[in-house]
Design a protein around this ligand. Sequence first.
Ligand code: SF4
Length: 374
Amino acid sequence: MTSLPVLPPTQTAVPGDDADARPRKVHLLNVTDEGLKDWLAERGYPAFRGKQIRRWLFSGRAESFETMSDLPAKLRSELAESFDIFQASEAHVSTSRDGTEKILVRLADGGEVECVLLRDGDRRSICVSSQVGCAMGCVFCASGLDGVDRNLTRGEILEQMLRLQHRLPAEERLSHIVMMGMGEPLANLPGVLAALDVARNPDGLGISPRRITISTVGLPPAIDKLAASGVPYNLAVSLHAPNDELRSQLVPVNQKIGIEPVLAAADRYFASSGRRLTFEYVLLGGVNDSEACAHELTRVLRGRTVMMNVIPYNPVEGLPYRTPSKESISRFRQILEASGVNVMFRQRKGDEIDAACGQLRRNRGSIGEKSPAT
Ligand code: SF4
């Protein structure tokens, strides 16, 4: 290969990684349009072949070059010699009764991440990972239990999206993307933004930024960078507690940041993007579900145009947290609603397949092969 059509890697070093064991072909989903154009030009092919290839990848759902029937046979074989369309594999797929499908994706270097397809009426939403593991260490989350290994590349993020798209019948298309799988998306901003550029491009997946949500624990400098990108993605800030004392216990990175700077960065994002903010609050039984917490939360949110997304906790094996009682959920809800907060209690889709982030990877690691949809 003479040209270098690949995006600069956003990966951190993988301890013990053996470069020789990595696939020698280039991950096509890591190749920019310009890079592909150069690669084609070096071999005497016109630029429009690049558009055709892209159409096959994102609309045609191609998994092999052989199926790209309007490309010359010679080009198809040259592509197959140089590139892989997918480089990961599906280590496990689970389907729940409500139609939620979750894939445990094994990456080329053996790392594992999770991604989920959720069916809700006409919506076909996907939840995608941005890192292998997570450094934020939220105490109730399976993804952060072992820390972070590395950032995902653009191609690895796009591959999750396409693998989920391929699970839909031909007449259905993806409608929403949530960067809320394993990892902190704003800790891998270059990889995430590069993948979302393709996802929102009409020649890519064609999903409007208004239907794309980036979830974060709240890293103020990265929120400002996201605002500076000028693309009005939805921002969902995981609050999980109404004060610093409790939040620092639940989201350890808060010790270095504090709620106020997070809220101020979220306000700046709202001011520059015009997109309504969402705050996420995982409701943990006996921890952050008291009436006092609900009242304090209403004071924190006063004067802000937000949607409060409350998610009753999905228990994780080995962690000491429990689902809140029905009574405390309804009390919490009443207090927020009475104060005029827009609140949504999210139904937990795919409970029986460990749909909370990091659970499938962890449970498979600890208890071996699980049968789908138990
Ligand atoms: S909840 Fe999100 S940010 Fe927190 S540890 Fe899990 S993956 Fe990371």
